[in-house]
Ligand binder design. Structure first.
Ligand SMILES: [Zn+2]
Length: 368
């Protein structure tokens, strides 16, 4: 299958618009025309993974972490990222990353972590603010048609509810040029026509699709519409998860995390007599989730890359921490990433291979 077709299917399965604004996801290297018959899925696009992908004869490497976080200026062996980029380009290995969009999406890093730790009643910890509202002005007789097209493209979903909208009627005015063909009113004069103001919420990743569908169904030559950014949080996607476990001591839960995640370098911070029932989790770096975890009543936050001053802040808020490492909290999601790839590509007829590269733990316990 052509790389461009694969790119389209992966984008549809986990849209780039779900990713954090600072992130760089999607295709990092590769030629859309190249044929892909062998895909390796891994956590990182680092040296050993690239070496494995090349020796396995892969055409495409799909990773969670991007190929590079800071675009290098040198593509020589003097620069670690530059050398990696040069090596994949030289070998014709395409690289595609599904990073923070996979952190926040359903079934992604956070959901896998919550499931591995046995959490129940799981909900999103920090809802994404990536909701938009589209307002469009439509003549009454085309209202249902336009809204149906928008709803089919992803507008108007609020929780379990579908086809949510608000409509109010008013008067639109315009002066059409003499050579125009207005759907309502007359060319070459001032017009006042009755229109409905139709508004509906849209997730950011569906905005372009909804506008395209709305344009196709709308009768006007020049369509008046607005897109607003909303402050309201989405409850269906977002960083981290929060859920419950049966009451257990903090130390016992830290040991259980080590076992369940198969990590041998877990550390914890908090009052020894803390009883844990409400658990917040965040894969990868979790320091930025301390405030929201504490405010939502979590007893403990399980994450990676937690720093000394983060932990002091958490202690002051009465939140205990369990640090299972960046790799330890994200590696369990690699099989889920591979499933996402297999599912998305299977649906569009990909018949090549998809295999997983499992890296050895980077951090090890002293004396272990
Ligand atoms: Zn990460």
């Amino acid at each position: 299958m052509k790389l461009s077709e694969i790119e389209r299917a992966l984008e549809a399965a986990c849209p780039a618009a779900l990713a954090a604004e600072w992130d760089c996801v999607g295709l990092h290297a590769g030629d859309g025309e190249q044929e892909v018959v062998r895909i390796v899925v891994a956590l990182d696009a680092d040296g050993p993974t690239i070496e494995h992908a090349l020796s396995a004869g892969a055409d495409l490497l799909v990773t969670h972490h991007p190929l590079s976080r800071d675009a290098p200026l040198r593509f020589t062996d003097d620069d670690v990222d530059g050398e990696k980029i040069a090596s994949v380009l030289r070998a014709g290995l395409a690289v595609y990353s599904i990073h923070t969009n996979f952190d926040v999406t359903r079934g992604g890093v956070s959901d896998v972590l919550a499931a591995r730790l046995g959490l129940t009643d799981v909900s999103v910890l920090a809802g994404s603010g990536s909701l938009r509202k589209i307002v469009v002005f439509v003549p009454q007789e085309h209202l249902e048609n336009v809204f149906l097209a928008m709803a089919n493209a992803g507008a108007g979903h609020i929780g379990a509810y579908r086809e949510c909208s608000f409509r109010v009627s008013g008067e639109g005015t315009f002066t059409a040029p003499p050579d125009a063909h207005p759907a309502l009113g007359k060319a070459g004069r001032a017009n006042a026509v009755e229109e409905i103001r139709l508004e509906s919420t849209v997730p950011r990743e569906a905005v372009a699709r909804v506008i395209e569908a709305m344009r196709a169904a709308h009768p006007y030559e020049e369509i008046a519409y607005d897109v607003y950014e909303l402050q309201a949080e989405r409850s269906d996607v977002g960083f981290g998860r929060i859920g419950r476990i049966d009451p257990v001591s903090l130390e016992a839960f830290a040991s259980e995390c080590a076992t369940r995640l198969d990590v041998n370098t877990v550390r914890w911070a908090g009052r020894v007599d803390t009883e844990v029932t409400t658990v917040a989790v965040c894969g990868g770096s979790g320091g930025s989730m301390i405030g929201v975890a504490a405010s939502k009543g979590a007893d403990v936050l399980v994450a990676g890359d937690l720093r000394y001053h983060d932990s002091q802040r958490a202690m002051a808020m009465g939140l205990a921490l369990i640090d299972c490492g960046h790799q330890g909290t994200e590696a369990p999601a690699v099989p889920a990433l591979a499933e996402l790839v297999t599912g998305a590509l299977g649906a569009v007829g990909y018949t090549g291979r998809v295999t997983i590269y499992e890296a050895a733990p980077l951090w090890r316990p002293a004396g272990g």
